[in-house]
Every structure is written in C-alpha cells, then in structure tokens.
Design a protein around this ligand. Structure first.
Ligand code: GDP
Ligand code: MG
Length: 152
C-alpha cells in the first residue's frame, strides 16, 4: 500500500446542487486527507487540456461546455492507494449503473451530470494535479487521526 495523491473535482452540477460538503465529507469520513482545495471557473482551454483523452469522442463538446458552465471545487486528496480508493467511492461513470453507496450511485442520475471527477491512474493523477495546482498550493501536513486510520 503506497501513499498516493489523486485529483478530485466537484463538477458544476455538484456545486449548484449544494453537494460540495457532501462530497468532501465522504472523502474525509473515509480517512482520506485533503492536501489542496480551491474553487474556480475552468477556462475553456484548460477544460480541453484536462479532458484531452476524450477529444475525439462525440460528447467532447458537451463535456467541455458542462465543465465550464459554472464554478467547480478542485482538490488534491492523499492516502494509501488513494487513486483506486477514490474511484471506488465515486462509482461508475454512468450514475444509472453506479452502485448505491457511491457518490454517483447515491447522488446522480445522468452520465452528463455525474457530480464528481476523480483521476483513474497514477499517470492521470500526476497530469491532472499539475493542470490545477502548482507545487506550492499543495500542503504537506500530518493529520492527528493518522495512527487511528492506518495500522502502523
Ligand atoms: P470518468 O473518469 O468516470 O469521469 O469517465 P470518463 O473519463 O470516461 O469520461 C469523462 C466524463 O465525460 C464523464 O465523467 C462524463 O461526465 C462524461 N461522459 C463520459 N461518457 C459520456 C457519454 O457517453 N455522454 C455524455 N454526455 N458524457 C459522457
Ligand atoms: Mg476519466
């Protein structure tokens, strides 16, 4: 089990629906550590870079338009195996298929309005974190509950 950092974002629908706290709370309650967080309105070019892997997909323009439609809350989240842990908390891309208990399974109805983004691999985590955060915006700190969250 390696300590990893992953990029997580409450998308514009999550912000508009008042779900920032719900998403952050689920991450915190799991035992993950938030090491960076900010609200921003994503410029179009930044959205196109973030979602570059989907450039050729039929939903690309709709996706860029969705993600730039209002403010988002971007985060860097740290923990052991954080990348897969967060993907499991988030649930399947299509909320119709996402398991109850997951963020998308509990809180969303439509693949085009699925509330949250999370990196899917170490490579995408590194890339996405660097798009949204500079090194000096990521805070290195000890959290008092760490000896209770992890067996040392
Ligand atoms: P994720 O990693 O689970 O977010 O899913 P992907 O990387 O495959 O897709 C990125 C985002 O594009 C998803 O979270 C959806 O918001 C959106 N998306 C993916 N597939 C579709 C689709 O078929 N239709 C629409 N409208 N949006 C999609
Ligand atoms: Mg993805």
């Amino acid at each position: 089990m390696e300590v990893e950092r992953t990029f997580v974002m409450v998308k514009p629908d999550g912000v508009q629906r008042g779900l920032i706290g719900e998403v952050v709370s689920r991450l915190e309650r799991k035992g993950l550590k938030i090491v960076a967080m900010k609200m921003l309105r994503i410029p179009k070019e930044m959205a196109e870079t973030h979602y570059a892997e989907h450039r050729e997909k039929p939903f690309f323009n709709a996706l860029v338009s969705y993600i730039t439609s209002g403010p988002v809350v971007a985060m860097v989240v740290e923990g052991k195996s954080a990348i897969s842990v967060v993907r499991n908390l988030v649930g399947k891309t299509n909320p119709v298929e996402a398991e109850p208990g997951t963020i998308r399974g509990d809180l969303a109805m439509d693949i085009g309005r699925n509330v949250v983004h999370a990196s899917d691999s170490p490579e995408s985590a590194k890339r996405e974190i660097s798009i949204f955060f500079s090194d000096d915006e990521i805070v290195d700190y000890a959290k008092v509950d760490e000896d209770w969250v992890y067996e040392r």
